[in-house]
Design a protein around this ligand. Sequence first.
Ligand SMILES: [Zn+2]
Length: 267
Amino acid sequence: MKRLQRKKPWYKNTAGICSIAAVVIALGVVLFFVLRGSGEKEPEVPDMPPVEEPTPEPEPAPNPPEEPEQTIFSQGEVTDGVWNLILVNPWNPMPENYSVELEEISGGGVDKRCYPQLQKMMDDCRAQGYSPYICSSFRTWDLQQRLFNNQIQEFIDQGYDEEEARALAAREVAVPGTSEHQLGLAVDIIDTSNWNLDESQENVPAQQWLMANSWRYGFILRYPVGSTSVTGIIYEPWHYRYVGCQAAKEIYQRGITLEEYLGRTEH
Ligand SMILES: [Zn+2]
């Protein structure tokens, strides 16, 4: 008997299900792209090769802290010009007809241009409880001559002949025309506990403070120990010379003389 072949309903037909599913998926895909296309397009971001972050420059090492500015008293100092660096020593006499405008101080005077610094240095030294005293400042040619002659006489009295006495005197009292005191830029400062102008000055408190701090005000200890062959003058732990703050700082820190600072050690 012929089996009656009954047609299966669609849902029992695998091929039918598959084709319907395929149509639904296809519709879904089409719908997705249609809807997506109608929406706001996101800005296209081109595929870029990954950009390497630039390596940050290494932070420059912080400079060693500068001396705070207020530790240097440079009021009134416009620049370190020529006038404050003028070299006067046994081989470099002062310029002829050198004239200086003086500010009067007790017992003498100094070049007006370095007066504020000198005054401040003295004030600050006293504020530390010390007793500095300016025993010599500006000298006229005549005064320098008298001091020089007196020194010669002192050596003659000790038994030296005149030529020897003159040579010895020149190491202690500048020959007229070669003294910084004639410039008005030098002062001799003593501690009132010791009035002797000799090496014992280096031990008195005011002097020690000045030696350590005068550079802050533009002054240098002009004839330091062991420098006679360069300066031509004996060690004088009392003679301060104004050179300006910039030069004074360098001269102090390098432990040199004005001659060396200026590169003029030739005799
Ligand atoms: Zn002096």
